[in-house]
Design a binder for this molecule. Structure first.
Ligand code: NAD
Length: 359
């Protein structure tokens, strides 16, 4: 059956980078990928046309799609919108919420060709390949009650860190299954020495473990995990953690690779429907200049093929093509180094496409 793909270019460099990723998607169609691709408006681009960052039409298309490819949303143009519910990022949060995208996959991969770009010594990061599985729709970012109120003559701010067993179990299963497909090591990150909610988190992970006997489960407190990530990051294979810890650790892990322009991500729901997007934002400082790195978005298409469309061979072909252009010495400005050829967004797209076709 033909599956639907929705491309949401968004704002800033979004349209430039999704244009290159769409060319790769079209090349996959030419090789038999049975998908129907359409575009929609999200974020500031949608606000400008419809006065809403997530118009009903876009939401409808998103619900009907097997997978969504997003560029990025936001930018200074919309930072002054007073009604916070109309800000571009609300569009993105709305899609995540409406589709129930609870499982966030954030790979941190250091291409050997780019190991020098990391802030850590190349030998610590060369060949790094971590997958952080972050719970995305629960935890302290959404827990009730929350607010700022007056108590005993002063203002008090409060949030609630809450996870139910079922929420922990479903993200745990995503992580165990991911570990089964990779290096078979899963590290669950919590703060079970202090927080009851993560004592429960640890108990549920332990309870699931016998169902995945081929996966070695370990536990780490979040403070130690932060330390280990910069001390010896290659010890990790798959890491599973809650929303807030995952937010922080995945950004730190991303920086280990030295190049945010290279990192894709995925957010999945229970039926495997997913939204795929680069980890970076809309980079308004370079928007419209044709110099943005499209590789994170192109690699997001590879993740889409692997996790929502069950096409691992095409995914691998894209990843190999990206490796090939890096081997050939092509670099966009953000990953440029001496002796390498600095290319534009479109030239990088051309090169990946050529390498994809040639394989
Ligand atoms: P950013 O990731 O957009 O940019 C940070 C820096 O990295 C900038 O110097 C930028 O030029 C550079 N950069 C990012 N992606 C690049 C690429 N593909 N190629 C080359 N260089 C790249 O983060 P920011 O500056 O904090 O945020 C800018 C806007 O993006 C804000 O409006 C923010 O809200 C939004 N944002 C959106 C998302 C999303 O849509 N998922 C995520 C983060 C930030």
């Amino acid at each position: 059956m033909t599956q639907k793909i929705l491309v949401l270019p968004g704002d800033g460099i979004g349209p430039e980078i999704t244009a290159q990723a769409s060319r790769i998607l079209a090349a996959c169609q030419a090789r038999g990928l049975d998908v129907d691709v359409e575009e929609g408006l999200l974020g500031g681009a949608a606000y400008d046309v419809h006065g809403e960052p997530l118009p009903a039409e876009t939401l409808e298309k998103a619900k009907a799609a097997r997978a969504i490819l997003l560029g990025a949303v936001g930018g200074p143009k919309w930072d002054k919108i007073e009604d916070l519910s109309k800000r571009p990022e609300k569009g993105l949060l709305g899609v995540r919420k409406q589709l129930g995208l609870f499982g966030n996959l954030r790979p941190a991969i250091t291409y050997p060709q780019l190991a020098d770009a990391s802030s850590l010594k190349p030998e610590l990061v060369a060949g790094l390949d971590i997958m952080i599985v972050r719970e995305l729709t629960g935890g302290i970012y959404f827990g009730q009650p929350r607010g700022i109120e007056e108590r005993d003559g002063e203002r008090v701010g409060f949030n609630t860190y809450v996870y139910s067993e079922s929420e922990i179990e479903r993200i745990g299963r995503v992580a165990f299954e991911m570990a089964q497909k990779r290096g078979k090591k899963l590290c669950s990150v919590d703060k079970a020495n202090v927080l009851e909610v993560t004592i429960l988190w640890r108990e549920v992970m332990e309870r699931l473990a016998p169902e995945y006997p081929d996966v070695e489960l370990s536990h780490m407190y979040v403070d130690n995990a932060a330390m280990q990530l910069v001390r010896a990051p290659k010890q990790f294979d798959v890491v599973v953690t809650g929303n807030m810890f995952g937010d922080i650790l995945s950004d730190a892990a991303a920086m280990l690779t030295g190049s945010i322009g290279m990192l894709p991500s995925a957010s999945l729901n229970e039926s495997g429907q997913g939204m795929y997007e680069p980890c970076h934002g809309s980079a308004p400082d370079i928007a419209g200049q044709g110099i943005a790195n499209p590789l994170a978005t192109i690699l997001s298409v590879a993740m889409m093929l692997r996790y929502s469309l069950d096409e691992p061979a095409l995914a691998q072909r894209i990843e190999d093509a990206v490796g090939q252009v890096l081997d050939d010495g092509l670099r966009t400005a953000d990953i440029a180094s001496e002796g390498m050829r600095t290319v534009s967004t479109a030239e990088m797209g051309d090169a990946v496409l050529a390498a994809f076709e040639a394989r």
